[in-house]
Write a protein that binds this ligand. Sequence first.
Ligand SMILES: Nc1nc2c(c(=O)[nH]1)N[C@H]1C(S)=C(S)[C@@H](COP(=O)(O)O)O[C@H]1N2
Ligand SMILES: [Mo]
Length: 228
Amino acid sequence: MNPLPPGQVARADFPRFGLNPYAARFPKELERVELRVCGHVATKLCVSDELLALPRVEQRSDFHCVTTWSRRDLRWSGVRFRDFYEQIVLPQARPEPGVRAVALRCQDGYRACLLLEDLLADDVLLADRLDGAPLGIEHGAPLRLVAPAHYGYKSAKHVSTLEFLLDASGHRTAALKFMEHPRARVVLEERGIGFPGVALRYLYRPLIGMTVRRFARELARFRAGPDA
Ligand SMILES: Nc1nc2c(c(=O)[nH]1)N[C@H]1C(S)=C(S)[C@@H](COP(=O)(O)O)O[C@H]1N2
Ligand SMILES: [Mo]
């Protein structure tokens, strides 16, 4: 097994997790995949069946949350972001030549931004299955990004829109500004901006337990329905 990146500790489960304000927000559409493409492109798109007709890939990868927990060896399946970009976005949306970043917007209101260069890596997927089953609501149904070399906050769940940007400055972070590093590479411990990664380990670690419980509680409440 690969050694874990610096500061990470493996956990046996894979909890529903995220930023507190999103604990009680859920996607409306859990089944039909629909991805909008907008921003600095010649033509906006709304892609559905065409996305799922791209070559399917299956990948085993570890998942690293910035708060220091990692879940090893998840089996994702979906399509490569790069294939989506080359086979659909480039020919049909025709991004402007200066495009360098992509903001991902999600059905729960969450947002994340990655450099286009990072999204084109071999192991970045638009995933619709996990461990052999369709993605559940806790892990990003109907479609999520999986970017294993970057902290989990870049792996947007319930992704609905990709906005192509000239640079990341047009992106409004979902969290406090220091919490979203433009690249967030786990090997370099790019946890945030303005603080060393090592320092942020100690700031974030105490939040894991209560965040896991909160996200589980809100999901149980959502499943019980509005009258419960
Ligand atoms: N839509 C959405 N995507 C999100 C989040 C979120 O709150 N909403 N949280 C991010 C964070 S911080 C992490 S660690 C992972 C958690 O993924 P999981 O819930 O599948 O474990 O989702 C990321 N993507
Ligand atoms: Mo995270």
